[in-house]
Design a protein around this ligand. Structure first.
Ligand code: ADP
Ligand code: MG
Length: 339
């Protein structure tokens, strides 16, 4: 815009001065008296200034007002909540001017707003869906429990169902709160020095009973590794990976955990002989609420791996997954804070 604008301005001024000089020359040759020459020159200057202003007005209309109005009406629509607005840049990419850059920035801002709106709508509908089932169980079973005709065995069964539903609710809420904390906290977590192998062993103990129930064989090979990191945050990682391994491995399967100190980096691998994850699903398992197999959905809420990923991102580590459907899965975590 600046160069074209400059050219128009330059051409107009040159034309005006040339015309004024030519007319002055004509009046001089026409033998007019002084008063008439001044009058003619005055009229010429007024006319030329008017012509200049008109040219400049059109230049402004086309080059400034039109894009400004387009941007203005777009921002008004965005303010009203219409995030589908996209503006087309005025020039080719090689000839972008400031307006094109503003338009590009505006488009990318609206795209982000649109994406966030979709994410938050999805999040709310997922949370409501996850809340509904256990709440309906609690409502129906608590009503049934108030019937005096129930025998003791049925009563105990209902109580167990109620306990499971309320524990599902409390897991859901604590997962959401943890995710929210991780997503919104600008501070990095407090780090302490601790033995990673011992921390993982403690988590394994929590799942010992479940593994025994499913006759799962556990194989462990862990180096002694001292880490400067957040033990609390990492507990979320180990407990989710191990609980998934237990949940998705059939009776009589095998889970193995290895921890190696590889050149100052702690590498943890959690392997199972479970149902496995296809490559297509593998790309989505870290999304909030994503569950491959809905027959297991009663036992989880699909937030576990989203939390794991978030923790690893916050701590600056890496997570990988490799899996073969029907054979098993391996999650690998690398952390670089070995002391
Ligand atoms: N070890 C595993 N073996 C097979 N599938 C797994 C494993 N870990 C996770 N998944 C798949 O990834 C999905 C998301 O895991 P997660 O976020 O922990 O949710 P969930 O609450 O279902 O455990 C699970 O529902 C499951 O389909
Ligand atoms: Mg899980």
């Amino acid at each position: 815009m600046t160069f074209v604008g400059f050219l128009i301005f330059f051409a107009t001024i040159s034309a005006v001065i040339t015309v004024a000089v030519l007319i002055y020359d004509v009046t001089k040759n026409a033998d007019l008296d002084n008063g008439s020459t001044i009058m003619v020159m005055f009229l010429v200057i007024v006319f030329l200034s008017l012509a200049c202003s008109v040219v400049d007005m059109f230049r402004r209309k086309i080059m400034v007002e039109r894009p400004v109005n387009e941007i203005l009406s777009a921002t008004e629509r965005i303010t009203k909540g219409d995030f589908s607005v996209r503006l087309v840049p005025l020039h080719d990419y090689e000839h972008y001017d400031e307006f094109d850059l503003i338009i590009e920035n505006l488009n990318s801002m609206v795209a982000t707003l649109e994406k966030n709106e979709t994410l938050s709508k999805d999040f709310i509908s997922n949370v409501s869906h996850e809340l509904k089932t256990p709440l309906a169980v609690i409502k129906n079973y608590s009503e049934a429990l108030s019937l005096s005709t129930l025998d003791e065995q049925t009563r105990q069964k209902y109580l167990l169902t109620l306990r499971a539903a309320s524990s599902k609710l409390s897991t859901l809420i604590s997962n959401i709160l943890q995710l929210n904390k991780l997503e919104n906290s600008k501070l990095s977590p407090e780090k302490t020095t601790f033995r990673l192998d011992e921390a993982i062993a403690l988590v394994l103990l929590r799942y010992e009973e479940q593994m025994d129930k499913k006759n799962i064989e556990l194989w462990c090979d862990m180096d002694e590794v001292t880490l400067l990191s957040s033990a609390d945050y990492l507990d979320i990682v180990w407990s989710n990976l191990i609980s998934n391994a237990v949940k998705f491995t059939p009776d009589g399967g095998k889970i193995s955990i290895t921890l190696k100190n590889e050149n100052g980096r702690a590498v943890v691998k959690v392997r199972d002989t479970g149902e496995g994850i296809s490559q297509k699903d593998g790309e989505r398992i870290f999304e909030k609420f994503y569950q491959v197999d809905t027959s297991h959905s009663g036992e989880g809420n699909g937030l576990g791996l989203a939390l794991v990923k978030k923790v690893i991102d916050v701590l600056g580590g890496e997570i990988t997954v490799s899996s073969t459907v029907g054979k098993g899965t391996e999650f690998g975590i690398t952390l670089g804070d070995v002391v």
